[in-house]
Design a protein around this ligand. Structure first.
Ligand code: KIV
Ligand code: ZN
Length: 505
């Protein structure tokens, strides 16, 4: 084990998915998993296999499709969870079972209703059982941040003797300050020595997740658990991109320490996760926010023009966020388009390139200037393959500020065109009503977001909807991309409907 290497354990697909409203379907998770592999994360927590058949299936599909990245599944310290985790990750070349139990007095007494020695016994049995499936077992002391250090030593000793190779010390409720977390990590690293890797998993309830993670690294942690864009339960987890860029940019402080992250893939990964979950990072978010490299004040602009380092500590290119350059146009050929895709980090097969190229050409007819972000959106939309059960042929709408708006739509289903029209309270409402009527499936709109993909009056509109169908839980996500916001809304709604119908099948 190289003592200078910081192992990046990404939990976007597990803790990240626990962000309210961030649920993803299997196809979407696979796309993120493949991108995480390009990004170079060491371990990917692909889900919580026992949580639902959907979670199990997503982990299993990911385990089949990724090449070398280690695939982990979370499991409580219960036989049935561990068995589900083992089965789900079985096809992966490299795999890990991550099992946990709470160790803080408040959790043991009120949640688990177990005595400390029962908790230790359960933890040891869980690790032993997990070891019967895989060699690489991680054990987490849930709520380590509020656990007694003497109990942490006792339980960690026991699980290491049972075979755990990584000991994770989560600050589950984001309560600790950097120097407190550093103390805990230092004590535990010295106590455990070379017997296991000390890992941290910090939540952001006090806005300190990244600071706590960096302080932990200085105190001896060699694995950090984090998510893209800082997604995660409540206020989220430590953001991968912030940790990685802090280690890189402040190599003076983290001397010799390194990660294997391909930083040029950070921006593409952030965009993919934002577009799939519909959760955009705030504009002033460090590293990946829209404004992270924008200089507004004249003094700053002047300084940057004279010498970029006057106000820039990171180059946009380092994370693959080249200035939103005007790229290709109507006259660009397939070859230039393919080159651009490679540049932006997409790895598509010929058929996918052809489909994306046709969409690009259609867009060129409608939009004067095509930016990198347009291409990213177009291709991300393209690679998430939702079976096209219903497809929109034509849409015409009229909006009215003193009465009902209307939508008339033609939709293809089973080779037939079905047309209908409806009135609504607003144009989007009319569109969703008419789609419900045609499909004979009533959807309940839970969330609707619209954003402009790039800039200009003719910017592409990206619409994300969350729709509950019948008693289905959780709602299905749909994305729609179009130059026309209402058409994008219709496409998004139909894509949520298609996801639901294909899942039902
Ligand atoms: O926050 C937490 O404690 C967790 C564990 C299950 C690792 O997510
Ligand atoms: Zn967590």
């Amino acid at each position: 084990m190289d003592k200078n290497k910081i192992i990046i354990f990404d939990t976007t697909l597990r803790d990240g998915e626990q962000s309210p409203g961030a649920s993803m379907n299997t196809e979407e998770k696979i796309q993120i998993a493949l991108q995480l592999e390009r990004l170079g994360v060491d371990v990917m927590e692909a889900g919580f296999a026992a949580a639902s058949p959907g979670d199990f299936d997503a982990i299993n599909q990911i385990a089949k499709q990724v090449e070398s990245i280690k695939v982990a599944s979370l499991s409580r310290a219960l036989e049935r969870d561990i068995k589900a985790a083992a089965d789900a990750i079985a096809p992966a070349k490299n795999r890990r079972i991550h099992t946990f139990i709470a160790t803080s007095p408040i959790h043991m007494e009120h949640k688990l209703k177990m005595k400390p020695d029962e908790v230790i016994k359960r933890a040891v049995e869980a690790v032993q059982y997990a070891k019967s499936f895989v060699d690489d077992v991680e054990f987490s002391c849930e709520d380590a941040g509020r656990s007694d250090i003497s109990f942490l030593k006792e339980i960690c000793d026991a699980v290491v003797n049972a075979g755990a190779k990584t000991l994770n010390l989560p600050d589950t409720v984001g309560f600790r300050l950097p120097y407190e977390i550093a103390d805990m990590v230092r004590i535990m690293s010295e106590y455990i020595g070379d017997r296991a890797i000390i890992s941290v998993h910090n939540h952001n309830d006090l806005g300190l997740a990244v600071a706590n993670t960096l302080a932990s690294i200085k105190a001896g942690a060699r694995q950090v658990e984090c998510t893209i864009n800082g997604l995660g339960e409540r206020a989220g987890n430590a953001a991968l991109e912030e940790i990685v860029m802090a280690i890189k940019t402040r190599s003076d402080e983290f001397s010799g320490l390194y990660t294997d992250i391909v930083t040029k893939e950070i921006y593409a990964t952030s965009r993919l996760v934002a577009s799939i979950t519909g959760i955009e990072p705030q504009p002033n978010k460090a590293i990946v926010g829209k404004n992270a490299f924008a200089h507004e004040s004249g003094i700053h602009q002047d300084g940057v023009l004279k010498c970029a380092q006057t106000y820039e500590i990171i180059k946009a290119e380092d994370i693959g966020a080249e200035k939103n350059a005007l790229v290709l146009g109507k006259h660009s050929g397939r070859h230039a388009f393919k080159d651009k895709l490679v540049n932006l980090g997409f790895d598509l097969n010929d058929e996918e390139v052809n489909e994306a190229f046709s969409k690009f050409k259609l867009l060129c007819d409608k939009k004067k200037e095509i930016f990198d972000d347009d291409i990213r959106a177009l291709v991300s939309d393209e690679i998430i393959k939702i079976p096209e059960i219903y497809t929109i042929e034509t849409l015409s709408t009229s909006s009215c500020n003193s009465g009902h708006s209307s939508a008339a739509i033609s939709i293809k289903f089973n080779g037939e065109i079905i047309s209908d029209a409806a009135l609504g309270n607003g144009t989007a409402d009319a569109i969703f009503k008419v789609i419900d009527r045609i499909s004979k499936v009533a959807g309940e709109l839970k969330d609707y977001k619209v954003s402009a993909v790039s800039q200009g009056k003719d910017a592409l509109a990206k619409v994300t909807v969350k729709v509950a169908f019948g008693s289905s839980e959780p709602p299905f996500i749909g994305h729609g991309l179009d130059i026309d916001t209402m058409m994008a809304s219709a496409k998004a709604y139909v894509s949520a409907l298609n996801s639901y119908l294909s899942m039902k099948k």
